[in-house]
Design a binder for this molecule. Sequence first.
Ligand code: SF4
Length: 350
Amino acid sequence: MMTQPYASPVLDVVRLGKYFSVGGGLRTQQLRALNDVSFSLAEREVIALVGESGSGKSTIARLIARLMPPSSGQIVFKGRDILKEEPTRASLAYRGQVQMIFQDPFGSLNPVHSIGYHLERPLLLHGKAANAAVLREKVHALLKTVDLNPAVEVANKYPHQLSGGQRQRVAIARALAVDPTVILADEPISMLDVSIRMGVLNLMERLKEERGISYLYITHDIASARYVADRTMVMYAGHIVEGAPSEELMQQPAHPYTKLLLSAVPDPSGSIRSELPARSGAPKLINPPPGCPFADRCPSVMNTCREQMPAAVDVGAGHWVRCHLYSPGSVAPSAHHERKVPASVEAVPA
Ligand code: SF4
């Protein structure tokens, strides 16, 4: 699944932030859903964003899809700062290039319209079909691409006549209708039966190879990230706390939260990968205290953790982490990371 190298970024997210006002009047407070998130997505690359509900994963996708405006930061697509562009034709072109697949394949399809209608809409909106015959042909080709056969029959069906996996394939076909460069896949398999999840992931992988698509794959399931993603980034309380090539991250997790996530993955051998306690407690997103957002749950918490937000530290092999255990001067807690020389980095590496 791993492909290297990634020379040309198609999407750069730079210090993206999203804050919401909650309450009202004198009691107005700020909910910090996303804080200074930066990363680059390269051509044909799959990046997984992993974390619990409320960690900010879906917010990133919605900001990139321009479903809501960010509070700060930049979104640079193929060298263009798209937030500076007016919501006109240029914006329509961007939306065609950056498509989103949602978690609920039934909710994202209108039950009163046929499958064919769902695929015709984006083709017509983006001027991809000159006449009715071409339109029909393209609809059938899209259905065949996502292995929904016989295409003529499927096009005449309605969403309720398809299974969850088939509906998600329709959602993928709809995204493909406008020849996207980037697909933002927000929990695309979490509502599907376990037995058909692999088929959808394999389809995404095939489309990446055939069409040169890059994916931002959002999931709470770190095990599927390993299968599908070239790189994995872990989110907690609106911060990306660790990032690495997926295999490196699974084998040598550095951040205590990543270890906690991995400890929850069932292991066929029955062994436990981490002995961290899975303590409960939601992070504070409204007026968060200074320091590391994971401090209240972390078994390795130190005084400095409650005072200072850890900077991103490069631990080698394309792997970085935001944790004071790895700050210059600290003793790295594993042999693997000890052999690397920690170096502070200014911004989260791409
Ligand atoms: Fe734990 Fe401190 Fe590292 Fe945060 S910075 S994860 S509290 S050790």
